[in-house]
Design a protein around this ligand. Structure first.
Ligand SMILES: [Zn+2]
Length: 150
């Protein structure tokens, strides 16, 4: 890579307006608090039975990017169907702030609606629609669209 190419890459990155930063998230009552260090340029809207009712919007990160600050004792695990995904909600306020999704059980899926310093409109992220009602058929396409973000 020569110098002009390097500069171009840097500028393109800057223009997109996305950078990795630390976000703070919480449930409604504030018992569950977490931080996530991530570049959130893509989020997933899923139409499966639980995501559509929760209204959650997802962004997956590696566990090393996620830190549960407080509220571990207030988290309740909810599982259904194949019981592969781990859906957590706050026992006090009922808000779902993160899960370990069936599509990537080794990763943490943040509900970006719970992030305090993140605004969908302002950040202009790409919203990927995942047809979770046809999970088996749609998974490969989702992983392709998420690309390096997984
Ligand atoms: Zn709560």
């Amino acid at each position: 890579m020569d110098m002009s190419e390097t500069i171009l890459t840097k500028n393109t990155f800057k223009q997109s307006g996305f950078s990795r930063k630390k976000y703070r998230g919480s449930c409604h009552c504030g018992k569950v608090v977490f931080t996530v260090d991530a570049l959130i340029d893509k989020i997933v809207s899923c139409n499966c039975s639980i995501c559509s009712k929760k209204g959650a919007l997802h962004h997956r990160v590696n566990p090393s990017q996620f830190d549960l600050v407080s509220g571990e004792e207030d988290l309740v695990l909810y599982q259904f169907d194949t019981k592969e995904a781990k859906h957590y909600f706050c026992r006090n306020c009922g808000i779902h702030s993160f899960s370990y999704p069936r599509a990537a059980p080794d990763m943490v899926s943040i509900n970006v609606r719970c992030l305090e310093n993140f605004s969908l409109e302002r950040e202009g992220v790409q919203v990927i629609s995942f047809d979770g009602r046809n999970w088996e058929k749609s998974l490969a396409k989702l992983n392709e669209e998420l690309g390096s973000n997984k």
